[in-house]
Write a protein that binds this ligand. Sequence first.
Ligand SMILES: O=C(O)C(=O)C[C@H](O)[C@@H](O)CO
Length: 257
Amino acid sequence: MPAPINAFKAALAKGDMQYGCWAGFADAYATEVLASARFDWLVIDGEHAPNDLRSITAQLAVLSSKHSHPVVRLPMGEDWAIKQVLDAGAQTLLIPMVESADQACALVRAMRYPPHGIRGSGAALARASNFSTIPDYIATANAQMCLVVQVETMDGIAALDEILKVEGVDGVFIGPSDLAADMGHMGDSSAAPVARTIKDALARIAASDKAAGILALDHGTAQTYADWGAQFLAVGIDVVMLAQTARATMAKWRDEG
Ligand SMILES: O=C(O)C(=O)C[C@H](O)[C@@H](O)CO
């Protein structure tokens, strides 16, 4: 029996549109609720949400029977952290702040067993192999790994064409907030120079053999990004959704009774 098929990787390769959402509560119960909306992918965010290996593992477990594919975002692309979340069962990683082809190549290798990479061999006790009940896991795991690199600085934009040549990178996600900040427009990813840079980057990614991804919290911006070439589109953040709905509900009762 081989490693589970990575449906998100297959959809990106086919060119299918994939709608996603950020899962930022660091809690399996909340992520299970989010999955009931049938987003195609959910980001289990270890960069800006209080996730640790156990909370990530618990969320991977609840998503294993759901339509929503888990995309684990690590705080940075450390080999040891990659090894841990892959052993926990993640097959798709989103790695922030990638700024060179060399960095992207190192991430590809960190996600693969030798001879194609440096992933340590510990699947015997790992959730990834369903605790050794997937006999062909080690032989087949490499083929199901999906790497999405996040380009979100001007250095990353300058290296984009080289990053797009790296075999084993499946997608490039433009981080609009960090890119805006790096360009001197903190908090305003709609500023004209930032928008121009995003448009150009999405077009270049879409013209390559990689998939283009991005996040937008309002419908108009999300549609614009899709028109510019985004194929995997995060259209919400669960924490923001709860906060907005709660505040609007309270405001309505306070102001209108
Ligand atoms: O730069 C960005 O935009 C991102 O990296 C996505 C954010 O981290 C997202 O979580 C919300 O701000």
